[in-house]
Design a protein around this ligand. Sequence first.
Ligand code: KIV
Ligand code: ZN
Length: 391
Amino acid sequence: MSKNKVQIFDTTLRDGEQVPGCKLNTQQKLVIAERLDTLGVDVIEAGFPISSPGDFTSVEAISKLVKNATVCGLTRANEKDIQVAADALKYAKRPRIHTGIGTSDSHILYKFNSTQDKIIERAVQAVTYAKTFVEDVEFYAEDAGRTDNVYLARVLERVIKAGATVLNIPDTTGYCLPDEYGAKIKFLKENVKGIDNVILSCHCHNDLGLATANAIAGVQNGARQIECTINGIGERAGNTALEEVVMILKQHPYLNLDTNINTKLLYSTSQLVQQSMGMVVQPNKAIIGENAFAHSSGIHQDGVIKNRETYEIIDPADVGVTESSIVLTARSGRAALAYRAKNVGYELTKIQLDDIYPQFLKFADHHKEVNDEDIHHLMELNHISKSKIAV
Ligand code: KIV
Ligand code: ZN
């Protein structure tokens, strides 16, 4: 793997699917898994096989189907979970077991009523056992975001020795600030023996709206895998959004980091996940929201009509959106009205535009949006017919 390649680990079907109301059946998961494989993700976390018979069946079916990506199954740090995951993954071309345990004081004390040393023992045992089934074992230090860095480094050094190939540093509660999370990755890169032989992975939650910023801080400091979901869905406020990190790396080439994602499939993949899960994203969602390439104020519309780049940093075609949209509202100017009228066949002269514009504003003041049908009606009222060559 090139030093500058960031692996995309998609957990839409595991962290994403555990969201209330987002439950999918096996058939729906297969459709999404096939699409993720085509999109170019490096790893598909297909589920948590021991959690239910349905999840086991889905992970097994996805393992048979996926051609390119590594297929991963989640476990806790115990033998039964690991055995079941290994069984569910047995048909995968590239199987990965993702095992781990909580490492923060709060997890050690309240979840496990244990001690730091005993947690290290359990972590090592889990990785050692997982290695008896598969070569590729990812270890997660749950709540690493709130784990003391020196202790975290001790845990990781031991699981690397036990054979872990990827180390996941989850900000499970979405607590970290970007510079704090970035510094954590840097500290681990500099202080863990053997770290250069494994991949560090960012798994960030969005409780403070920082999941994407934290993942980017992670890769800027040496992590080479990002765990993310389509549309940023996931436990509570969600995970890092795949489409966001991929486009950040693409739009900032000086970072010298890239992914294997075919960005032209981002919009349609987002639609597929929204429809299958019945979880519609907010219109202002970055990259794939309905308003991500819509311009409604007169000043912006005038700029975009003259040159798209005045108000857009991404070419919509790059993420599979057909074109930018000029939305007609009471905030729109003459340029936008002329542009939209031209799109439906009316080439307005300056005099016609000056006549119609006040009528348009009056109408727009009473409606959220002015659509093509309204434009036709306005033209009819003013006895304006379509130009010979409609554009
Ligand atoms: O958020 C988290 O810590 C997780 C782990 C199970 C990887 O989802
Ligand atoms: Zn998570």
